[in-house]
Design a protein around this ligand. Structure first.
Ligand code: Z2T
Length: 837
């Protein structure tokens, strides 16, 4: 529903309304923006000028929906989801916004008539890489699906000045380059200088008497900085709903400390403002917490405090008294990074709004929900009590009080079970006492969920077993999903057009289960040929791009075998390398009967401080250098490392993949989301029964999935009974010879030590059981090769993968959250009618 007011507030000046969707309107507004915003004529415009003009032209069209949505949500008091995430891996905005506005085709035609190439303009965009990997990308997919599903939502996070580093490969090693994504300006964000909040750090707490003579506690921080809001509209697919992504930038409370200035300490005064700005300066490039990083805790508290203060302001301005806060807002914690929000809401309700503990806790507890994204113990966040005390003394007091009341409940329920009390405490006791953020998140939330069926089961039965004993109904599963708008329509227009033509409609884009209609065509030889042609064209595109960026030549006729994801031992990129080396040795020995020509393509970043992950990257490039330059083998196999795997580059990769490598040790990968993106683009999966692989296999059919390896249970059992990797090394001559070849120096110009840390670790410790799964993996890869030789069979399997992948749309995930976790309903925004289309 649109209010009469907002109808009139959309400027209408004849044909070019700045919001019209016709080709004529797009052309005129593009030229206007080029002139009035970039200050350029068409003739002298740089590619970047053209991109900016296209972005502003598109943004104008978003703003109409966004302002309208905000107005309706505000006046109708719509229940709103607040998604709190330290990371948003958004990827380029322009193409997805054009698709969601329904004007991609029109924009293509408009560009052509202006003598411009829209593809080249899209290439110009530098993506906001405000995340590390799956967790940050999931937040971005969820924001898009929230709008598409028409659920009122605000995403809160940090406006990092530098996102995830750009990866260069030099001499085979990863080299990190700073990501200066704001350098040329960001046309998608709207600064909100009026939306600022003060955030305190340090200082002390004290008791005092309030006006009514009551004794209360308060916090006197030693340092106060400001957070300022930057808003980015996120439009849904073909809806008028546009939600808000609100990212906070840190700044000094006043840019001049006059006291210091007057005493002549000019430098000191400016220094304070630089210190404050440091807080939102850079994203931590680790997918695991870095021990004791004070700035990281400051970042977490910074964005959490701004966000909760913003919600309280919104509530007071629209609904009224805070008693109904939990009815208006539900807060979703994306892992424990924003778990401090539980304590911050308590602090604000108690200290600033004078609520009783009971009422404040009731509201807080009914507001929060928490998603866990990992079982790896090293990835579970804890902060030392002493750091907490120094940085957030009032919050530590509140955590102690939450803990005291909580542990009383545990003692009451499990009489005399002090071991359980120790395990469940929010404070880990030991030589250094630490705050357990995951326990805080579970205690503070009304719902806790994992991100795939297997993961959620392990969350409930292993990680948080004690909590599930106490509160069994608190634990849920919501399997992850990804947005088909970006990962199919934008990334793979050829496939999308083929699907639309075959189905006779494009409703599948908003209702992905409709892809099932493709099954009716799976035996149609003509359709199969078109399907293969689409994949071949995508492979050719990738070949060309790889040639330009890395100088590596790939053959589009070969099987494109791809592993692209963050580098981590548990993801087992080294298992893939052992397979590559096995193929190499087989070819060298003239045994090619089991092979098909393959391109082994790797992509992914390693945390800068993760030595083993960086060594794996070096190993891949070293093996590649030998293989690619050996004419005896390079007709069969090639190895390519695609540098700087980010959202933009991922969109080149998914459409071109024949085989998707999802080979983590079972029980370690919480869900995986790349697995879904590959499958959506017609790649077949070789994978373990880990994370969402289990459900993908169920959905596409076991006969269309290459399964290998131990189950999570078997892996656990083996760990318990004692795993001896050297036995595998000794007993399997091929495995031994593959590892020995690495140590021979063949791939390292005679250096027999370079890869020792990796090979020694495999033989002696192998924490992720690479050697135990090696033989099963190679056997399975033989099945892959055999299957690929039967092109028709492979094509049918590929079609089945796409036809049955509908469940893994993030729209489905969001609807499950909405119904089972958030209890929130869609709120449809009626589009303001166009005057010129
Ligand atoms: C991350 O990307 C994931 C988990 C984390 O645990 C941290 C980061 Cl940065 C704290 C990933 C999981 O590894 C992956 O399995 C999952 O699909 C993804 O989150 C989204 O849930």
């Amino acid at each position: 529903m649109s209010t009469p007011n907002s109808q009139e507030s959309v400027p209408r000046t004849g044909e070019h309304t700045r919001t019209g969707l016709s080709k004529a309107a797009l052309k005129q507004d593009f030229l206007d923006n080029l002139f009035y915003i970039q200050g350029r004529f068409r003739e002298v415009a740089s590619p970047h000028d053209l991109y900016m003009a296209a972005a502003f032209t598109t943004r104008d069209r978003l703003l109409k929906h966004w302002v309208e949505s905000a107005q309706v949500f505000k006046t109708s008091h719509a229940r709103t989801v607040c998604y709190l995430s330290a990371e948003y891996l958004l990827g380029p905005h322009l193409a997805t916004n054009l698709v969601n506005l329904g004007i991609m085709e029109t924009a293509h035609e408009a560009s052509k008539e202006l003598g411009l190439d829209l593809e080249a303009i899209l290439e110009e965009e530098e993506e906001p890489g405000l995340g590390n990997g799956g967790l940050g990308r999931l937040a971005a997919c969820f924001m898009e699906s929230l709008s598409t599903c028409q659920i009122p939502a605000i995403g809160y996070g940090i406006r990092y000045e530098f996102g995830i580093f750009d990866q260069a490969i030099e001499d085979g090693w990863q080299v990190e380059k700073t990501d200066n994504w704001l350098r040329n300006g960001n046309p998608w964000e709207i600064p909100r200088p009026r939306i600022r909040f003060a955030v305190g750090y340090g200082g002390y707490t004290e008791s005092y008497r309030d006006e009514r003579g009551q004794t209360r506690r308060r916090w006197q921080p030693a340092l106060v900085i400001n957070g300022m809001a930057y808003d980015t509209p996120i439009l849904g697919y073909r809806t008028a709903n546009a939600n808000l992504l609100r990212l906070w930038k840190a700044e000094a409370t006043c840019s001049f400390d006059f006291q210091a200035f007057n005493t002549g300490d000019y430098y000191g005064a400016v220094h304070a403002s630089i210190q404050a700005e440091t807080i939102s300066k850079v994203l931590y490039p680790n997918d695991e917490p870095e021990a004791g990083k004070e700035l990281r805790l400051k970042q977490q508290y910074f964005f959490v405090s701004c966000s909760v203060q913003d919600m309280i302001r919104l509530h007071l301005n629209t609904v009224g008294p805070l008693e109904t806060f939990a009815e208006k807002f539900v807060i979703q914690l994306n892992d424990t990074h924003p778990a401090l929000a539980v304590v911050e809401l308590m602090r604000l309700l108690l200290d600033e709004h004078a609520m009783s503990w009971e009422q404040a806790w009731d509201i807080t507890h009914r507001t929060f929900c928490y998603t866990n994204h990992t079982l790896l113990p090293e990835a579970l966040e804890t902060w030392s009590v002493s750091l907490f005390e120094r940085l957030l003394p009032r919050h530590l007091e509140l955590i102690y009080e939450i803990n005291r009341r909580f542990l009383d409940e545990v003692r009451m329920r499990f009489l005399g079970d002090e071991a359980r009390v120790w395990r469940m405490s929010l404070i880990a006791e030991g030589s250094e006492r630490r705050v357990r953020m995951a326990n805080l998140a579970v205690v503070g939330s009304r719902a806790v969920n994992g991100v795939a069926k297997l993961h959620s089961k392990l969350v409930k039965t292993m990680l948080f077993k004690d909590f599930a004993d106490l509160w069994p109904d608190r634990f849920h599963n919501v399997t992850n999903g990804v947005t088909p708008r970006r990962f199919m329509v934008v990334a793979n227009p050829r496939l999308s057009k083929l699907i639309t033509r075959t189905c006779g409609h494009d409703h599948w884009i908003r209702d992905l289960e409709l892809l099932r209609e493709l099954e009716a065509h799976v035996d149609d030889a003509g359709f199969q040929a078109e399907w293969r042609a689409v994949k071949y064209a995508a492979k050719r595109d990738l070949v060309e791009w790889m040639q330009q960026t890395t100088d590596i030549r790939l053959d589009p006729e070969s099987l494109f075998d791809v592993q692209a994801k963050r580098f981590h031992e548990y993801k087992r990129q080294h298992l893939k390398v052992l397979h590559v080396i096995r193929c190499y040795q087989q070819i060298k020995q003239g045994q090619t009967q089991d092979l098909v020509p393959r391109a082994f393509i790797f992509g992914g970043k390693a945390a800068p401080g993760y030595f083993m992950a960086k060594l794996m990257i070096k190993l891949i490039n070293a093996v590649g250098a030998v293989i690619n330059n050996d004419p005896q083998v390079n007709g069969w196999i090639r190895v390519a490392f695609l540098p700087n795997f980010n959202v933009k580059n991922s969109q080149r990769l998914y459409p071109a993949a024949d085989l998707s490598e999802q080979i983590s040790l079972a029980g370690k990968e919480a869900s995986g989301t790349g697995n879904m993106k590959f499958s959506m683009n017609g790649a077949l999966t070789i994978g373990t029964l880990d994370g969402a692989n289990v459900e993908i296999r169920e959905a596409v059919g076991a006969e269309n999935f290459f399964l290998f390896g131990m189950t999570a249970e078997e892996a656990l059992q083996r760990q318990i009974t004692g795993y001896r990797p050297w036995e595998f090394y000794q007993n399997d001559p091929e495995l031994k010879s593959d590892i020995d070849l690495i140590n021979s120096g063949l791939f390292s110009h005679g250096d027999t030590q370079l890869f020792r840390p990796l090979t020694d670790n495999l033989i002696n410790h192998d924490p992720f059981m690479v050697l135990a799964d090696y033989r099963a993996y190679l056997d399975c890869q033989k099945t892959v090769s055999d299957t690929y030789k039967d092109r028709e069979r492979w094509t049918r399997m590929s079609i089945f993968n796409v036809a049955r992948i509908g469940r893994f749309s993030s729209d489905r995930a969001i609807r499950e959250y909405a119904e089972h976790i958030w209890k929130v309903e869609p709120r449809v925004i009626d589009p303001v009618t166009e005057v010129d289309s």
